[in-house]
Ligand binder design. Structure first.
Ligand code: NAG
Length: 203
């Protein structure tokens, strides 16, 4: 019933957003539902933040790749679909901190595999951890240390992670760049919320 309700709501959201009665196409890949902007002729290319909002307007979220298998599946799919001329935003970013986090799940990048391009030609505003040495990353932690970095300058440069054409390695890009993007269904594996029903009169 809950599942039915959830999928009805998703269908409803898909039907009314972002403009009325717009038909959208999603795919199911290894049990995960994805919206790939390139598959949808009316879907615009967007910056990271607008891509996030667009996904939310569909009841989805920007995609996160927490396992190697999931990352490999989408990469293979994009290559086979012939989308290798386009970059795709993921939910990954290091906005305002010194580690890479998936915005959609709140988790750090998985330290057991690394698809981030090694940066040889260092760009001026690059953060020191862009080489993504696996040893620098917390091991599968769900409660990483998030240390906010001071300063607002250059946060957006190399702040957001895209799958980069032509081979879809991961690369931090300026968050303001206009790109294709990948949304996925929302999930939360890690917590049992144990909600307490209350009324507003209680306190
Ligand atoms: C990290 O990736 C490995 C390989 O895909 C996977 O088995 C493991 O579950 C992942 N860890 C997390 C926390 O998702």
């Amino acid at each position: 019933m809950q599942l039915f309700l959830a999928s009805s709501l998703l269908l409803l959201a898909a039907a009314i957003a972002p403009t009325r009665a717009q038909r959208i196409t999603t795919i199911q890949l290894d049990g995960v539902q994805y919206f790939i902007s390139r598959m949808n002729p009316y879907s615009p290319e967007l910056n990271y933040f607008l891509a996030y909002q667009y996904c939310r307007s569909l009841g989805l979220q920007l995609a996160s790749f927490e396992t190697k298998e999931k990352a490999d599946s989408i990469t293979t799919y994009l290559l086979n679909a012939g989308y290798n001329k386009y970059d795709f935003w993921t939910s990954g970013n290091n906005l305002g901190t010194d580690m890479y986090l998936w915005m959609s799940t709140g988790l750090p990048f998985n330290a057991t595999f690394n698809y981030m391009r090694r940066m040889s030609n260092v760009t001026p505003y690059q953060h020191s951890d862009d080489s993504m040495d696996p040893v620098d990353l917390p091991q599968g932690s769900t409660a990483p240390q998030r240390t906010a970095r001071h300063g607002t300058e250059h946060v957006m440069a190399n702040g957001c992670v895209a799958l980069k054409q032509p081979d879809f390695h991961w690369e931090p890009q300026h968050c303001g760049e206009i790109k294709d993007f990948i949304c996925e269904q929302t999930r939360c594996y890690y917590y049992n919320y144990g909600s307490i029903p209350v009324s507003s009169a209680q306190g």
